[in-house]
Design a protein around this ligand. Structure first.
Ligand SMILES: [Zn+2]
Length: 304
């Protein structure tokens, strides 16, 4: 099979993990020591004696899949292969595919979303989803002519003005032009957040100002249906985030390597701080004092 032939060898995958985690030179993840001994696929620090492997120091810890199967699952997820298809191609259970897809999703760098700012011309809209008892809303905005989007799960039946203002103040740069539909929550929104706001009335078949954001809801629905078949209200926030990242950062999903480079944090080579070693020094001095006292006591009690 063509996909299977493209999976790198176990050894190449290990080399890639090493490059992501350690950069050029291997060091001990616990004490930063540079003297490392290799035992097959595992390593041991010569200074602190602690063992580690390239997976044990990441969220792949305890993984039961082979590295090649893992790689194939990352490839499937990056390429939006539906859960049932990934299960067949990788030869693992549906539960395993779901669990790993979820892990891949939760290790997307969430801080990227916090740093997202839309500017220029921005379209905003809200959508309502969920079942009768568990309704939720999604507020979405798109910087037109770009792939920059923010979709935010709102655990409420409807979106109020406060939610809209929170959203704008978080993600839309002051001075931007904002297009919305005629919903009441956006009326005079510029009194709360400085945007140049225009709106249109959908019941009059005006769809030019918000066409891109309207299209985005369609993209989201198709994405969920094809890849996951359906979404439960509990999983909705995570899937909305995944979609946002796929849309805004397609480069992260180009290959398993590009995904792993954003999802696995390089290990930092920490400096040894004196304030961390000082308490140890003090306690060792206390131990020494105690020994000294005991020694003196025993000396004085020795009969002549
Ligand atoms: Zn060490």
């Amino acid at each position: 099979m063509s996909i299977l032939r493209q999976i790198p060898s176990e050894c190449k995958i290990r080399t890639e993990l090493k490059r992501i985690l350690f950069g050029k030179q291997l060091f001990c993840p616990f004490c930063q020591g540079k003297a490392i001994k290799k035992y097959g696929k595992r390593y041991r620090c010569k200074r602190c004696r602690k063992p580690f492997s390239f997976t044990s120091v990441t969220w792949l810890r305890g993984m039961k899949l082979s590295l090649q199967t893992f790689w194939l699952l990352v490839w499937c997820w990056c390429n939006k292969v539906p859960v049932d298809q990934a299960h067949k191609v990788a030869g693992v259970s549906l539960v395993t595919v779901r669990r790993w897809y979820e892990k891949f999703r939760t290790h997307l760098p969430e801080h990227a979303l916090d740093a997202t700012r839309l500017s220029g011309v921005v379209q905003i809209d809200e959508a309502y989803r969920g079942s009768k008892n568990k309704k939720y809303a999604i507020v979405g905005a798109k910087q037109i002519g770009t792939r920059k989007v923010v979709l935010k799960h709102i655990p409420e039946k409807s979106v109020d003005r406060k939610t809209a203002i929170d959203f704008l103040s978080n993600y839309v740069v002051p001075g931007s032009t904002l297009f919305s539909d005629g919903a009441a929550i956006y009326r005079k929104i510029s009194n709360w957040w400085p945007v140049n706001h225009s709106y249109e009335r959908h019941n009059r078949w005006e769809f030019t100002l918000t066409s891109e954001i309207e299209g985005l809801w369609g993209n989201y629905t198709t994405f969920v249906r094809r890849m996951y078949h359906h979404v439960t209200p509990e999983k909705a926030p995570d899937l909305i985030t995944e979609f946002t990242f796929r849309f805004s950062y397609p480069e992260w999903f180009q290959s398993p390597v590009s995904y792993l480079r954003v999802a696995i944090m390089p290990l930092k080579q920490k400096q040894v701080h004196l304030w961390k070693t000082f308490p140890q020094f003090i306690s060792s001095m206390q131990d020494a004092n105690l020994l000294l006292k005991l020694a003196k006591k025993s000396l004085t009690t020795v009969p002549y």
